[in-house]
Ligand binder design. Structure first.
Ligand code: NAG
Ligand code: CA
Ligand code: CA
Length: 313
Protein backbone atom coordinates (compact mmCIF):
# COMPACT_ATOMS: atom_id res chain seq x y z
CA UNK A 1 0.00 0.00 0.00
CA UNK A 2 2.91 2.32 0.56
CA UNK A 3 3.32 2.33 -3.18
CA UNK A 4 0.06 4.22 -3.54
CA UNK A 5 1.12 6.86 -1.08
CA UNK A 6 4.42 7.47 -2.84
CA UNK A 7 2.54 7.57 -6.09
CA UNK A 8 0.10 10.05 -4.63
CA UNK A 9 2.98 12.39 -3.91
CA UNK A 10 4.33 11.93 -7.41
CA UNK A 11 1.06 12.84 -8.98
CA UNK A 12 0.30 15.65 -6.59
CA UNK A 13 3.71 17.03 -7.55
CA UNK A 14 2.87 16.64 -11.19
CA UNK A 15 -0.46 18.34 -10.79
CA UNK A 16 1.17 21.23 -9.00
CA UNK A 17 3.76 21.58 -11.71
CA UNK A 18 0.92 21.33 -14.19
CA UNK A 19 -0.13 23.48 -17.04
CA UNK A 20 2.37 26.25 -17.47
CA UNK A 21 2.59 28.70 -20.31
CA UNK A 22 5.79 27.02 -21.29
CA UNK A 23 4.03 23.75 -22.01
CA UNK A 24 1.55 25.51 -24.22
CA UNK A 25 4.29 27.30 -26.03
CA UNK A 26 6.16 24.04 -26.58
CA UNK A 27 3.09 22.53 -28.12
CA UNK A 28 2.68 25.36 -30.55
CA UNK A 29 6.27 25.03 -31.61
CA UNK A 30 5.92 21.27 -31.86
CA UNK A 31 3.14 21.85 -34.36
CA UNK A 32 5.25 24.30 -36.30
CA UNK A 33 7.94 21.65 -36.49
CA UNK A 34 5.54 19.26 -38.09
CA UNK A 35 4.62 21.79 -40.71
CA UNK A 36 8.24 22.67 -41.38
CA UNK A 37 9.15 19.04 -41.80
CA UNK A 38 6.44 18.02 -44.19
CA UNK A 39 8.79 15.77 -46.05
CA UNK A 40 8.77 13.44 -43.08
CA UNK A 41 5.78 11.14 -43.21
CA UNK A 42 4.12 10.65 -39.88
CA UNK A 43 0.92 8.69 -39.45
CA UNK A 44 -0.34 10.90 -36.64
CA UNK A 45 0.75 14.18 -35.08
CA UNK A 46 3.99 13.97 -33.13
CA UNK A 47 3.00 14.92 -29.65
CA UNK A 48 5.11 15.99 -26.78
CA UNK A 49 5.89 13.16 -24.40
CA UNK A 50 4.95 14.70 -21.09
CA UNK A 51 7.26 15.00 -18.14
CA UNK A 52 7.28 11.74 -16.26
CA UNK A 53 8.12 10.72 -12.76
CA UNK A 54 8.17 14.24 -11.47
CA UNK A 55 8.07 14.36 -7.73
CA UNK A 56 7.72 17.66 -5.90
CA UNK A 57 11.42 17.73 -5.02
CA UNK A 58 12.69 17.04 -8.53
CA UNK A 59 10.37 19.60 -10.00
CA UNK A 60 11.55 22.33 -7.66
CA UNK A 61 15.24 21.62 -8.17
CA UNK A 62 14.84 21.39 -11.94
CA UNK A 63 13.00 24.66 -12.22
CA UNK A 64 15.53 26.39 -10.06
CA UNK A 65 18.41 25.23 -12.24
CA UNK A 66 16.68 26.41 -15.35
CA UNK A 67 16.08 29.83 -13.86
CA UNK A 68 19.79 30.26 -13.20
CA UNK A 69 20.77 29.16 -16.70
CA UNK A 70 18.43 31.61 -18.33
CA UNK A 71 19.66 34.44 -16.15
CA UNK A 72 23.29 33.81 -17.08
CA UNK A 73 22.57 33.37 -20.75
CA UNK A 74 20.56 36.54 -20.87
CA UNK A 75 23.58 38.55 -19.86
CA UNK A 76 26.00 36.88 -22.23
CA UNK A 77 23.83 36.28 -25.27
CA UNK A 78 21.17 38.93 -25.19
CA UNK A 79 20.57 38.71 -28.95
CA UNK A 80 20.57 34.93 -29.29
CA UNK A 81 17.31 34.09 -31.10
CA UNK A 82 17.29 30.65 -29.46
CA UNK A 83 16.89 32.19 -26.06
CA UNK A 84 13.11 32.31 -26.04
CA UNK A 85 12.66 29.52 -28.51
CA UNK A 86 11.41 26.33 -26.95
CA UNK A 87 11.87 22.94 -28.51
CA UNK A 88 10.08 19.77 -27.50
CA UNK A 89 11.90 17.03 -25.64
CA UNK A 90 14.67 15.41 -27.67
CA UNK A 91 15.29 18.59 -29.68
CA UNK A 92 17.48 21.61 -29.15
CA UNK A 93 17.44 25.02 -30.75
CA UNK A 94 20.01 25.98 -33.36
CA UNK A 95 20.24 29.02 -35.62
CA UNK A 96 20.60 28.64 -39.37
CA UNK A 97 22.65 30.90 -41.70
CA UNK A 98 19.99 33.64 -41.49
CA UNK A 99 20.14 33.58 -37.71
CA UNK A 100 16.68 32.01 -37.63
CA UNK A 101 16.08 29.61 -34.74
CA UNK A 102 14.99 26.05 -35.44
CA UNK A 103 14.64 22.83 -33.50
CA UNK A 104 16.96 19.96 -34.38
CA UNK A 105 17.41 16.55 -32.81
CA UNK A 106 19.67 16.63 -29.80
CA UNK A 107 22.82 14.53 -29.93
CA UNK A 108 22.35 11.99 -27.08
CA UNK A 109 26.01 12.44 -26.15
CA UNK A 110 25.22 16.02 -25.08
CA UNK A 111 22.76 14.79 -22.45
CA UNK A 112 23.97 15.00 -18.86
CA UNK A 113 24.75 11.50 -17.63
CA UNK A 114 22.60 9.87 -14.97
CA UNK A 115 23.40 10.45 -11.34
CA UNK A 116 21.90 7.16 -10.39
CA UNK A 117 19.80 4.22 -11.52
CA UNK A 118 16.66 6.11 -10.64
CA UNK A 119 17.26 8.37 -13.65
CA UNK A 120 17.33 5.47 -16.10
CA UNK A 121 14.25 4.89 -18.18
CA UNK A 122 13.03 1.81 -19.98
CA UNK A 123 11.71 2.10 -23.53
CA UNK A 124 8.88 0.06 -25.02
CA UNK A 125 11.68 -1.77 -26.90
CA UNK A 126 12.85 -3.06 -23.48
CA UNK A 127 16.12 -1.15 -23.80
CA UNK A 128 17.42 0.90 -20.88
CA UNK A 129 18.38 4.53 -21.55
CA UNK A 130 20.70 6.44 -19.26
CA UNK A 131 18.20 9.29 -18.74
CA UNK A 132 14.96 10.45 -20.33
CA UNK A 133 17.08 13.00 -22.25
CA UNK A 134 18.97 10.12 -23.89
CA UNK A 135 15.68 8.42 -24.63
CA UNK A 136 14.02 11.42 -26.28
CA UNK A 137 17.17 12.32 -28.25
CA UNK A 138 17.30 8.75 -29.57
CA UNK A 139 13.60 8.79 -30.41
CA UNK A 140 14.03 12.09 -32.22
CA UNK A 141 16.71 10.60 -34.46
CA UNK A 142 14.21 7.90 -35.47
CA UNK A 143 11.43 10.40 -36.20
CA UNK A 144 9.49 9.55 -39.33
CA UNK A 145 10.46 5.89 -39.24
CA UNK A 146 8.23 3.02 -38.19
CA UNK A 147 10.63 2.14 -35.42
CA UNK A 148 10.53 5.69 -34.07
CA UNK A 149 6.77 5.78 -34.27
CA UNK A 150 6.47 2.66 -32.15
CA UNK A 151 9.09 3.65 -29.58
CA UNK A 152 7.75 5.18 -26.37
CA UNK A 153 9.02 5.69 -22.90
CA UNK A 154 7.61 2.72 -21.02
CA UNK A 155 8.60 3.28 -17.42
CA UNK A 156 10.93 4.97 -14.97
CA UNK A 157 14.01 2.99 -13.94
CA UNK A 158 16.16 0.43 -15.77
CA UNK A 159 14.35 -2.30 -17.70
CA UNK A 160 13.65 -5.27 -15.51
CA UNK A 161 11.75 -8.50 -15.48
CA UNK A 162 8.10 -7.82 -14.71
CA UNK A 163 5.90 -10.66 -13.52
CA UNK A 164 2.92 -11.53 -15.65
CA UNK A 165 -0.28 -10.06 -14.27
CA UNK A 166 -2.77 -12.78 -13.32
CA UNK A 167 -6.50 -12.34 -13.93
CA UNK A 168 -7.19 -12.27 -10.20
CA UNK A 169 -4.58 -9.54 -9.71
CA UNK A 170 -5.91 -7.54 -12.63
CA UNK A 171 -9.35 -7.29 -11.06
CA UNK A 172 -7.82 -5.81 -7.88
CA UNK A 173 -6.10 -3.01 -9.74
CA UNK A 174 -9.09 -0.72 -10.37
CA UNK A 175 -10.27 -1.13 -6.78
CA UNK A 176 -7.10 0.37 -5.41
CA UNK A 177 -6.66 2.88 -8.19
CA UNK A 178 -10.15 4.28 -7.74
CA UNK A 179 -9.70 4.67 -4.01
CA UNK A 180 -6.37 6.32 -4.63
CA UNK A 181 -7.80 8.78 -7.17
CA UNK A 182 -10.45 9.83 -4.70
CA UNK A 183 -7.80 10.40 -2.03
CA UNK A 184 -5.57 12.40 -4.38
CA UNK A 185 -8.46 14.75 -5.08
CA UNK A 186 -9.37 15.14 -1.44
CA UNK A 187 -5.71 15.87 -0.63
CA UNK A 188 -5.55 18.49 -3.38
CA UNK A 189 -8.75 20.00 -2.06
CA UNK A 190 -7.35 20.20 1.47
CA UNK A 191 -4.14 21.86 0.29
CA UNK A 192 -5.78 24.11 -2.25
CA UNK A 193 -6.56 27.18 -0.21
CA UNK A 194 -5.42 29.82 -2.66
CA UNK A 195 -3.18 28.24 -5.24
CA UNK A 196 -6.05 27.10 -7.44
CA UNK A 197 -5.12 23.55 -8.31
CA UNK A 198 -8.81 22.97 -8.75
CA UNK A 199 -11.36 25.23 -10.38
CA UNK A 200 -14.31 26.50 -8.33
CA UNK A 201 -16.62 23.98 -9.95
CA UNK A 202 -14.24 21.14 -9.21
CA UNK A 203 -13.86 22.30 -5.63
CA UNK A 204 -17.60 22.14 -5.13
CA UNK A 205 -17.67 18.57 -6.36
CA UNK A 206 -14.76 17.48 -4.19
CA UNK A 207 -16.21 19.36 -1.22
CA UNK A 208 -19.16 17.00 -1.32
CA UNK A 209 -16.84 14.01 -1.13
CA UNK A 210 -14.67 15.65 1.53
CA UNK A 211 -17.61 16.44 3.76
CA UNK A 212 -19.25 13.07 3.41
CA UNK A 213 -18.84 11.38 6.76
CA UNK A 214 -19.30 7.97 5.26
CA UNK A 215 -16.19 8.52 3.18
CA UNK A 216 -13.56 5.83 3.48
CA UNK A 217 -10.52 7.62 4.94
CA UNK A 218 -7.15 7.31 3.23
CA UNK A 219 -5.16 4.35 4.45
CA UNK A 220 -4.79 0.64 4.00
CA UNK A 221 -7.99 -1.14 3.27
CA UNK A 222 -8.75 -4.72 2.39
CA UNK A 223 -9.94 -5.38 -1.13
CA UNK A 224 -13.27 -6.50 0.30
CA UNK A 225 -13.76 -3.18 2.02
CA UNK A 226 -12.78 -1.26 -1.13
CA UNK A 227 -15.23 -3.26 -3.19
CA UNK A 228 -17.96 -2.76 -0.61
CA UNK A 229 -17.32 0.98 -0.44
CA UNK A 230 -17.50 1.31 -4.20
CA UNK A 231 -20.89 -0.36 -4.20
CA UNK A 232 -22.23 1.69 -1.32
CA UNK A 233 -20.70 5.07 -2.17
CA UNK A 234 -20.52 4.70 -5.93
CA UNK A 235 -21.38 8.37 -6.54
CA UNK A 236 -18.23 9.54 -4.79
CA UNK A 237 -16.08 7.81 -7.38
CA UNK A 238 -17.62 9.25 -10.51
CA UNK A 239 -15.93 12.63 -10.39
CA UNK A 240 -12.41 11.43 -9.39
CA UNK A 241 -12.33 9.03 -12.36
CA UNK A 242 -13.38 11.82 -14.74
CA UNK A 243 -10.98 14.29 -13.18
CA UNK A 244 -7.95 12.04 -13.71
CA UNK A 245 -8.89 11.59 -17.33
CA UNK A 246 -9.03 15.37 -17.77
CA UNK A 247 -5.62 15.75 -16.14
CA UNK A 248 -4.09 13.40 -18.67
CA UNK A 249 -6.02 14.44 -21.79
CA UNK A 250 -3.98 17.55 -22.58
CA UNK A 251 -2.00 17.02 -25.82
CA UNK A 252 -4.45 17.55 -27.40
CA UNK A 253 -7.64 17.88 -25.36
CA UNK A 254 -9.80 15.59 -27.48
CA UNK A 255 -11.42 12.98 -25.26
CA UNK A 256 -8.77 10.38 -26.10
CA UNK A 257 -5.58 9.39 -24.31
CA UNK A 258 -2.53 8.51 -26.37
CA UNK A 259 0.37 6.50 -25.06
CA UNK A 260 2.22 9.76 -24.39
CA UNK A 261 -0.66 11.34 -22.54
CA UNK A 262 -1.00 8.29 -20.32
CA UNK A 263 2.71 8.25 -19.61
CA UNK A 264 2.76 10.48 -16.49
CA UNK A 265 0.46 7.97 -14.84
CA UNK A 266 1.86 4.74 -16.25
CA UNK A 267 5.60 5.34 -16.19
CA UNK A 268 6.17 5.70 -12.42
CA UNK A 269 3.61 3.01 -11.67
CA UNK A 270 4.77 0.10 -13.84
CA UNK A 271 7.90 -0.82 -11.81
CA UNK A 272 5.79 -0.95 -8.66
CA UNK A 273 2.52 -2.39 -9.89
CA UNK A 274 3.02 -5.23 -12.34
CA UNK A 275 -0.57 -5.12 -13.61
CA UNK A 276 -0.30 -1.54 -14.90
CA UNK A 277 0.57 -2.39 -18.50
CA UNK A 278 -2.09 -5.06 -18.83
CA UNK A 279 -4.71 -2.88 -17.16
CA UNK A 280 -4.26 -0.01 -19.60
CA UNK A 281 -3.93 -2.34 -22.57
CA UNK A 282 -7.26 -3.93 -21.79
CA UNK A 283 -8.75 -0.56 -21.02
CA UNK A 284 -8.42 0.16 -24.74
CA UNK A 285 -11.33 -2.16 -25.42
CA UNK A 286 -11.46 -1.57 -29.18
CA UNK A 287 -7.62 -1.77 -29.49
CA UNK A 288 -7.30 1.43 -31.49
CA UNK A 289 -4.34 2.55 -29.29
CA UNK A 290 -6.38 5.36 -27.75
CA UNK A 291 -8.25 5.24 -24.49
CA UNK A 292 -11.51 7.08 -24.97
CA UNK A 293 -13.33 8.57 -21.99
CA UNK A 294 -15.99 5.88 -22.26
CA UNK A 295 -13.34 3.15 -22.22
CA UNK A 296 -11.56 4.77 -19.29
CA UNK A 297 -14.72 5.14 -17.23
CA UNK A 298 -15.75 1.58 -17.89
CA UNK A 299 -12.32 0.26 -16.77
CA UNK A 300 -12.96 1.87 -13.43
CA UNK A 301 -16.45 0.49 -13.12
CA UNK A 302 -18.30 3.71 -13.91
CA UNK A 303 -21.61 2.96 -15.59
CA UNK A 304 -22.23 4.18 -19.14
CA UNK A 305 -25.06 6.49 -18.09
CA UNK A 306 -22.73 8.28 -15.65
CA UNK A 307 -20.05 9.11 -18.21
CA UNK A 308 -20.24 12.85 -18.68
CA UNK A 309 -17.83 14.92 -20.77
CA UNK A 310 -18.91 18.05 -18.92
CA UNK A 311 -17.42 16.72 -15.69
CA UNK A 312 -13.94 17.09 -17.14
CA UNK A 313 -13.86 20.81 -17.83
C1 NAG B 1 13.58 -6.84 -20.53
O1 NAG B 1 14.91 -6.69 -20.09
C2 NAG B 1 15.14 -7.17 -18.78
C3 NAG B 1 16.52 -6.75 -18.33
O2 NAG B 1 17.46 -6.91 -19.34
C4 NAG B 1 14.93 -8.69 -18.76
O3 NAG B 1 15.16 -9.20 -17.46
C5 NAG B 1 13.48 -8.95 -19.14
O4 NAG B 1 13.23 -10.33 -19.20
C6 NAG B 1 13.16 -8.31 -20.48
N1 NAG B 1 11.73 -8.42 -20.72
C7 NAG B 1 11.24 -8.85 -21.85
C8 NAG B 1 9.75 -8.85 -21.96
O5 NAG B 1 11.92 -9.24 -22.77
CA1 CA C 1 -5.84 13.60 -25.95
CA1 CA D 1 -9.79 2.72 -27.76
Amino acid sequence: MRVWIVFLLCLAGHAMAAPTEETIEEDIIAEEDIIAEEDIIVEEPVVEEPEVGANPVQVEVGEFDEAIDIFEEEQVLADNPCLDYHCKKGKVCEVDDDNTPMCVCQDPSTCASAEGEFEHVCGTNNATYDTSCHFFATKCALEGTKKGHKLHLDYIGPCKYIDACLDSELSEFPLRMRDWLKNVLVTLYERDEENNLLTEKQKLRVKKIFENEKRLQAGEHSLDLLAHDFEKNYNMYIFPVHWQFGQLDQHPVDGYLTHSELSPLRAPLIPMEHCTTRFFEECDADSDKYIALEEWASCFGIKDQDVDKDLII
